[in-house]
Design a protein around this ligand. Structure first.
Ligand code: IVH
Length: 715
């Protein structure tokens, strides 16, 4: 913008002179045209929908006041300027999961040991793996029915992706028809990527044309696949490697390696560096081989994926909440760079943790510009590990003005791994970590055994309150469209329609109508965007119980813990009643809570405490009446043990405890750690002790391992 344009942008419509109005209409036409192009053509919006609406209504208001100044290319005349629907949604019948990461060789030995423990295999028993390069692109699921490509979907959130069938059909490596006999239904999964050479050529063309270039081949591949116009995708040089599958009507093979061979026969490209390996040592050798070729492959990879080869074993190993137990991604080690530490800032998190952050002289590390790095806690700044007390960086502390080495590993937040004392300024001083909350001034205390210092202000501390709200609206929680971090910050400090706690979100519309100063024409909202926001909030009044529990932002309580609590208690009144009645450390409610498998004492203490903190509790009570809470469906209702609470005791002979538990849970049973009146079945192996006696006393059904396997149809 020119200085003159900046000036007109700030003037209210009714105060514009004709000359201002002419300039302002020209500016708005340019801004809106660019926004349209970014949204529709480039798949990379540059402004929010709310800002877009506000600019459009400003343009229209000026045209009403100065009809003679309306431009021939006026944005109000443009059809199709409203954001298009985008892509249709596809629900993945088999979720598209991600992989756990490892960075060190030691972690790979642990991976193998974990699997052996789970399967009860001795250290000498044969156990084969496949090592495959981890392609740095975006994953895609291709559905074939009777050999024809019928649907292609991006990963999305793993459960629901975008329908990009028309675009996938233009990718050369993706067969529209399978070669030879194939299962009736076959979902092939793999990675869409772009080679370095194609990326450079595409950017050179783009630089001459629109001037908008992609930052790296991965972004270029994603931007190209997610084009609303398949003709554009067709003009972009995309490629595809097949490495996994979703739904299949009959198995392709009985090993991972066999499936890769079958993919090739069916007409897919499979990465040529995939290797069969006998154990961790061979995996690490394959890793070395792939890493040595990394620079000359001509496309980006960011590690090597190890998968158990035998699919029957993969099935037994199963999944944690979002990652398979039978695979791991061994990432390439992080990239490093030296730069200046400009400042140390201390932020306050959702649970009150004082989180120190390094502000850095921006530096490029592995292709990404880094200007912040986490400093973890006060001991880390001093050069000591908070958990073990051991020296880190040779116990060299960090000071403002220091010359520091940054490491960035994958998507992990950058870290400071070294400091060069020879370049330390003479006048530097050790960092003085605050003992009070920098936001609300409350005392900040560090409890014994805790690495972090916490603000004691609770939700009275504005920093904690706002972080809790950001968590509340986040994607895995209430996920309200148009109410993200930016809007929360805006509303939190708004004197007219403030949002200071979750309940305020659901009274926003009511307060808006009761208020003379409406949201419309304020905070960048127009009539339409305000209505959209209210609508999006309205849609989220209905909320699944596990999401609600997660949204409360209770310390230590993540998504999987929330799901366990929702599944166990089954309804909000049951959960709330139990937590209100519970006392930390004793009593029937405490016993019940801690008998839920996966709920430890730390988590249980935190949840019970949250329900007994006055201010926090009051905020929850104000929220609940605004919601319609959906109870979780009992899992796997067709299984004979769905909804039953079972306890294992004694020695199991056919499977390990971990496998037995995972199996029972996948069939919808709850696995508890101790016997109570709520227990339905006790599975007692040889050596069962007090639990068997408890069961007898309580009249709980007791069966042995063989009868259990019989019951679940696994005998
Ligand atoms: S297997 C159930 N194999 O990495 C897990 N993934 O971090 C299925 N990726 O979302 C994934 N190369 O996009 C697998 N050879 C490979 C891969 C690979 C790249 C990606 C994939 C996945 C992500 C997980």
């Amino acid at each position: 913008m020119t200085a003159q344009e900046t000036a007109t942008a700030a003037i209210p419509v009714e105060m514009l002179t004709p000359e201002d109005a002419r300039l302002e209409l020209a500016r708005l036409s340019g801004v809106l045209e660019a926004a349209n192009a970014a949204y529709h053509r480039d798949d990379a919006p540059v402004i929010s929908d709310a800002d877009y609406d506000a600019l459009k209504s400003r343009n229209a208001a000026i045209e009403v006041r100065f009809p003679e100044l309306k431009r021939p290319d006026s944005p109000s005349e443009q059809v199709g300027a409203a954001p298009a629907e985008g892509f249709g949604k596809v629900v993945h019948r088999v979720p598209m999961l991600s992989l756990a990461n490892e960075f060190a060789a030691e972690g790979i030995h642990d991976f193998d040991a974990r699997i052996r423990r789970f399967l009860n295999l001795g250290p000498e028993a044969p156990l084969a793996y496949v090592a495959e390069p981890k392609i740095d692109g975006l994953s895609l699921s291709l559905r074939y029915e009777r050999g024809r490509l019928v649907q292609a979907a991006t990963r999305g959130d793993g459960e629901v992706g975008e329908n990009v069938t028309a675009n996938a059909g233009t990718v050369g490596d993706i067969p529209k028809r399978l070669r030879g006999p194939a299962p009736e239904v076959l979902e092939v999964r793999g990675e869409v990527y772009m080679t370095h050479a194609d990326f450079v050529a595409l950017n050179a063309r783009a630089a001459e044309g629109s001037g908008r270039v992609f930052a790296n081949p991965r972004n270029a591949a994603a931007g190209s696949l997610r084009q609303l116009d398949p003709k554009i995708t067709a003009s972009r040089p995309l490629r595809f490697f097949a490495y996994a599958w979703g739904e299949v009507s009959e198995p392709l093979a009985d090993t991972q390696f066999g499936c890769l061979r079958r993919f090739e026969e069916l007409g897919f490209t499979v990465n040529a560096l995939a290797r069969l390996c006998d154990g961790p040592e061979e995996l690490l050798a394959a890793y070395g081989e792939v890493e040595a070729q990394r620079a000359t492959l001509g496309y980006d990879i960011d590690g090597v994926v190890y998968k158990v080869n035998d699919l029957a074993l993969q099935r037994r190993l199963g999944f944690r909440s979002t990652t398979p137990r039978w695979a791991v991604a061994h990432k390439f080690s992080a990239e490093r760079a030296w730069t200046r530490l400009l400042a140390i800032e201390v932020n306050v998190g959702r649970t009150g943790a004082l989180a120190p952050l390094a502000r850095l002289q921006p530096v490029t590390v592995g292709g990404v510009v880094v200007s912040n790095a986490t400093l973890h806690n006060e001991d880390y700044i001093k050069g000591r590990s908070a958990s073990t007390g051991e020296a880190i960086r040779g116990e060299r502390d960090l000071r403002v003005g220091d010359w520091v080495e940054i490491r960035r590993a994958g998507d992990v937040i950058p870290q400071i791994v070294d400091v060069d004392l020879s370049k330390r300024p003479d006048d530097s001083v050790p960092f003085d970590f605050p003992q009070t909350c920098p936001q609300c001034g409350s005392e900040a205390v560090r409890e014994a055994g805790d690495a972090v210092r916490r603000c004691t202000g609770g939700i009275a501390c504005p920093a904690q309150a706002i972080e809790k709200l950001k968590h509340f609206v986040s994607r895995s929680a209430f996920d309200i469209e148009g109410l993200g971090i930016k809007q929360i910050e805006m509303f939190f400090n708004d004197p007219v329609l403030p949002i200071r706690e979750p309940a305020d979100i659901f009274t926003l519309e009511e307060r808006d109508s009761a208020n003379l100063a409406r949201l419309k024409n304020r905070l960048g909202y127009g009539e339409k965007s305000a209505r959209n926001l209210f609508q999006a909030i309205e849609e989220r009044r209905r909320i699944p119980l596990d999401r609600l529990i997660f949204a409360l932002g209770i310390r230590h309580l993540g998504e999987s813990g929330s799901a366990l609590l929702a599944q166990h208690y089954g309804s909000w009144p049951a959960f709330e009643g139990a937590m209100s009645a519970a006392e930390v450390g004793a009593g029937p409610q405490w016993e019940e809570l801690t008998s839920i498998d996966g709920v430890g004492k730390v988590l249980a203490t935190s949840v019970v405490t949250a329900f007994h903190q006055e201010a926090e509790r009051a905020a929850i009570d104000r929220l609940i009446p605004h919601l319609r809470i959906e109870n979780p469906a009992p899992r796997a209702t067709t299984s004979p043990v769905a909804g039953k609470t079972v306890v294992f005791t004694g020695t199991l002979e056919r499977m390990t405890r971990a496998e037995a538990k995972a199996r029972a849970e996948s069939l919808g049973a709850k696995v508890a750690g101790s016997v109570s009146a709520r227990t339905d079945i006790l599975i007692a192996g040889p050596g069962a002790g007090s639990k068997a006696k408890d069961a007898e006393r309580l009249g709980v059904m007791v069966i042995d391992e063989a009868a259990w396997l019989d019951l679940i149809g696994a005998a």
